[in-house]
Design a protein. Structure first.
Length: 311
């Protein structure tokens, strides 16, 4: 794993995540993270072909999965299925800590029989966008305890595989025996349209973009465009665009010495004043304050500060 990007959400232009695996030869990522008010790495909609599992170790937070908000408290765990749009959320202005495990299900694919009988019943089920484990019961405790073992074996593919099999067994049992969180699934057509609009915005955020253009890129009406953005990411298309531009500003502030006027021009903002106002509204700091804070983080601890990038 590349130490300098540990904790990052690295996104392709279509909104899918390029998972920063701990070992280039083994497709898993394990991280002890946190989410706090106004942090730049929360509320970043993305998806990936890997599955994602998060256990909350302290505080409370939420996950949005395909537009459905899932509350999580200390001791809770959530499984997010492959290719579903999701992001973490801060709740009630509190800090939450968690262990996250992102892995390619192919790790478990030891035979065609295993794939067909154990993997595909979950991976190919459109009704399983996520599974939440909450309250104190045997399965919630079991999956939480397994998740707590992962940080210590982050560089041990054999132990990760062993734990992943145990976790998957619990997921299979839960999916067959108890209710799945998501009972209202939007059509694949709507999901495709939304991903197309995410891609269009990522491609064109540097230029002036209208609601008409965003809706047209998804081949839908403006009213449906607004509905889908509110459904999937809880904000309007315009606010989503401003969030993306602000995250790009944060990236330039962290990685370059460019002037604020240059950064505004590079990120689609019409002037430094509007950029600074929007950035502070999003993240609670002015761009100058953010750059100063980021530069003051010691290099040896920088990997513990999660941020996000869009590629």
């Amino acid at each position: 794993m590349k130490k300098e990007v540990m904790g990052l959400i690295v996104k392709r232009e279509d909104g899918s995540e390029i998972v920063n695996y701990d070992d280039e030869s083994f497709p898993s990522y394990i991280y002890e993270g946190w989410v706090a008010p106004k942090c730049t790495w929360a509320n970043v909609p993305h998806f990936h072909s890997d599955v994602e599992i998060v256990s909350v170790t302290s505080g409370k937070m939420a996950y949005s999965v395909d537009g459905r908000t899932i509350m999580l408290h200390e001791g809770d765990t959530i499984f997010v299925n492959a290719n579903h749009i999701h992001y973490s959320m801060c709740i009630d202005d509190t800090v939450a800590k968690y262990v996250i495990f992102i892995a390619d299900p192919s790790i478990l694919n030891s035979s065609v029989a295993v794939e067909m009988k154990a993997l595909m019943p979950i991976l190919s089920n459109p009704d399983i966008s996520c599974i939440r484990f909450r309250d104190l019961n045997e399965r919630t405790e079991s999956i939480y305890n397994l998740m707590m073992k992962l940080p210590d074996v982050r560089h041990d593919p054999f132990q990760i595989t062993k734990i992943f099999f145990e976790i998957w067994e619990i997921l299979l049992f839960q999916s067959k025996t108890y209710g799945i969180v998501d009972t209202e699934v939007m059509s694949d057509t709507h999901m495709h349209s939304f991903k197309q609009m995410m891609y269009f915005i990522a491609q064109n955020y540097k230029e002036p973009i209208s609601l008409d253009q965003i809706a047209e890129s998804g081949n839908i009406s403006k009213s449906m465009c607004n509905k889908l953005f509110n459904q999937y990411v809880g904000e309007s298309p315009v606010n989503y665009l401003l969030h993306l531009r602000s995250r790009k500003v944060a990236e330039y502030l962290r990685s370059t010495q460019s002037s604020l006027s240059d950064i505004a021009a590079l990120t689609g903002f019409n002037g430094v004043s509007y950029m600074s106002e929007t950035f502070k509204k999003m993240f609670g700091q002015s761009p100058r304050e953010y750059r100063k804070t980021w530069l003051s983080v010691p290099e040896t601890t920088g990997q513990n500060v999660p941020v996000e990038l869009d590629k």
